[in-house]
Design a protein around this ligand. Sequence first.
Ligand SMILES: [Cu+2]
Length: 292
Amino acid sequence: MLLLWALLVFIHGTACAKVTAYEYNITWVNRNPDGLHMRPVMGINGQWPIPALHVTKGERIVVTVHNHLGNETTSLHWHGLYQNGTAHMDGPPGVAQCEIPPGDSFVYDFKVDQPGTYWFHSHTRGQYPDGLRAPLIVDDPENPFEDEFDEEVVLSFSDWYHDSMVPLLSSFISVTNPTGAEPVPKSALINDSQDVTVAVQAGKTYMIRMIDIRLTSVKELFDAIPDDLNSNVTGWLVLDGNQELPKPANVDDFDPLDDLSIQPLDGAAVLDKVDRTVTLDLKMDNLGDGAN
Ligand SMILES: [Cu+2]
């Protein structure tokens, strides 16, 4: 009997990863991240910007989500995680789970087995541009680049709307919008803010994790761009906090980077020149009811 008990403890002990539990109370909070317009945004535990979730590869996370929004259903999706064997924890309502109704809760419980830079966000309608989103950083206990940097910095980049998504979606998917013109945002944000400063020290090497959490902002996508739209946002790397910050530079045109020119750092072989081209002609057709 003692042997069986010892054996059970052994099996249990080896099968269990480190488990971290979180309680996420989702509520409306009022914020004005671009200094132009106060609006309700979706926060977690009264906080917005929502703090990044830092976990370690191999860890099991148990996130209990309480929907205290009152007027909207919700969900959380763990962007980029494969969810092998835990597809029911992936988040998309109507696909992986039911919506979490107001006043109800849902427990996300899964093992995180991929290191890297991700984010989590609501997967309900257009809810994440209403603020329900945050970086999800999975540390690698065996990071091959561990010795090559001293500290990490997480930066998220986003567009920002002054209207909530419920009215924006109903005017977007509407007979009055037959071309399916996407709503144009009002501002751009870094780390859900416009005055981000990152303290840096000379001689240190930083690994910067960059996350694109915007909804739509590709200039080419918009049918018309208002003249007063400032698509610039500036953040500062600060060496000496006693100095005044320089005025933000206004950039009218960006020099796009050809990402085919980026070389993989992990030594993976670059693919040879293409020897075969497949041409696909795609047409974006809009239906008469404005839905595309
Ligand atoms: Cu996503």
